[in-house]
Design a protein around this ligand. Structure first.
Ligand SMILES: NC(=O)c1ccc[n+]([C@@H]2O[C@H](COP(=O)([O-])OP(=O)(O)OC[C@H]3O[C@@H](n4cnc5c(N)ncnc54)[C@H](O)[C@@H]3O)[C@@H](O)[C@H]2O)c1
Length: 289
C-alpha cells in the first residue's frame, strides 16, 4: 500500500491541527467529522490562518493553494479507504473511542494502521474492539499540533514492531520528535507535569502565594509558565480530572488530587475560562490580579 494518504477522524481542536500538519508535510489528507458545523469551523480556521500567513509574507498564494488542495473534508467514514494511516482525535470518552474504532475497523483497508490521539485512555482497550489490535497504537500530539514538536508514541499490549516502525516514520515526515511512552495513565509528559501542578496547588493550600509558586518555577527553573498559571490556563476542572485519572489508574496515594482543586471546582473557580482560578481574569482573559 502506498504511504501517501492519511485520514484524520475529528475536526476539532486537535484533529484539524493534525490534518493541517499532515497536509503541510505532503500527505493527501481527508479530515472526517460527524458534525457539519465542526467541518465548517475547521475549514474557516485554516483559511483564516493561511490568509494571515500570506498577508505577512510567510506563505505564498501558490503554497496555500497547494496545501489546501491536499486537504479534503468529509462526514463519511468510508472515505478512510486508501489511507495507510488513520489518526483518531474524537472526544476523550472510552465509549466514543471504541465506537469510532469499530467503525474504522470495518471501513478501512485491512492493512491500514489506526492510531489514537487519546490523552490517557488505554490503547489496548481501544484496540480490543478491532480485528487488528496489532495495527493499533497511540500517537499523542500536543496543542497546537502543527507547531509542537513532540509526539508521544504509545504501544498497546500487542502493537506490532511493523506498526510502530510505520508510525515512527510518519512522525519524522511531519517533523515531529518522538518519545516512547508507557501505556499507563498520563503517558510521559502529563505523568511528570500534572503532579508538579498538583504540588503547586498543595503549596497554595498550605499558605504560599500563587505568584511565589509561579515565580519560583519560572525564575528558578526557567519554566515559561508557573504551575498555578498553567493550571488556570488548562482549567482547574481539566487538571483535577487528569490528576484523578492518575490516582485511579495507579492506585497510588502519591497521585492524590489536591483538595484545594476540588474546592475550587465546587466553587466554580475553573481558571481563566471562568474568570477566576488561582488568579482573576477580565472578560478578555487578561490577568487582573
Ligand atoms: N485539547 C488538547 O490540548 C489535546 C491535546 C492532546 C490530545 N488531546 C486529545 O485529542 C482528542 C480530541 O480532543 P480535542 O481537544 O480536539 O476535542 P474537540 O472537542 O475539539 O474535537 C473533537 C471533535 O470530534 C468530533 N466528533 C465527536 N464525535 C465524533 C465521532 N463519533 N466521529 C467523528 N468525529 C466526532 C466533534 O465534532 C469534534 O469536532 C481527545 O482524545 C483529547 O484527549 C487533546
Amino acid at each position: 500500500m502506498e504511504h501517501n494518504k492519511v485520514a484524520v477522524i475529528g475536526a476539532g481542536l486537535m484533529g484539524s491541527g493534525i490534518a493541517q500538519a499532515c497536509a503541510q508535510a505532503g500527505y493527501e489528507v481527508v479530515n472526517i467529522d460527524t458534525f457539519e458545523s465542526a467541518i465548517e469551523k475547521a475549514k474557516a480556521n485554516i483559511e483564516k490562518l493561511f490568509n494571515k500567513k500570506v498577508a505577512k509574507g510567510s506563505m505564498t498564494e501558490e503554497k496555500k493553494a497547494e496545501i489546501l488542495g491536499r486537504l479534503t473534508y468529509s462526514g463519511n467514514f468510508d472515505d478512510v479507504k486508501g489511507a495507510f494511516l488513520v489518526v483518531e482525535a474524537v472526544p476523550e470518552k472510552i465509549e466514543i473511542k471504541k465506537d469510532t474504532f469499530k467503525k474504522l475497523d470495518a471501513a478501512a483497508d485491512p492493512e491500514t494502521i489506526l492510531v489514537s490521539n487519546t490523552s490517557g485512555l488505554s490503547i489496548s482497550e481501544i484496540a480490543s474492539v478491532t480485528n487488528r489490535p496489532d495495527k493499533v497504537m497511540g500517537a499523542h500530539f500536543f496543542y497546537p499540533a502543527p507547531v509542537m514538536k513532540l509526539l508521544e508514541l504509545v504501544r498497546g499490549l500487542v502493537t506490532s514492531d511493523a506498526t510502530y516502525a510505520v508510525v515512527k516514520e510518519f512522525a519524522a515526515k511531519i517533523g515531529k520528535t518522538t518519545v516512547d511512552a508507557p501505556e499507563y495513565p498520563g503517558f510521559l509528559v502529563n505523568r511528570i507535569l500534572v503532579p508538579m501542578q498538583n504540588e503547586g496547588a498543595f503549596m497554595v493550600m498550605e499558605g504560599c502565594k500563587p505568584e511565589d509558586v509561579d515565580n519560583a518555577m519560572k525564575l528558578g527553573c526557567n519554566h515559561p509558565m508557573g504551575p498555578c498559571e498553567l493550571t488556570d490556563f488548562v482549567g482547574i476542572d481539566v487538571m483535577l480530572a487528569t490528576m484523578t485519572g492518575l490516582y485511579n489508574g495507579f492506585h497510588d496515594s502519591k497521585y492524590r488530587p489536591c483538595p484545594l482543586l476540588e474546592t475550587m471546582v465546587k466553587a466554580g473557580h475553573l481558571g481563566k475560562k471562568s474568570g477566576q482560578g488561582f488568579y482573576k481574569y477580565d472578560e478578555n482573559g487578561n490577568k487582573i490580579q
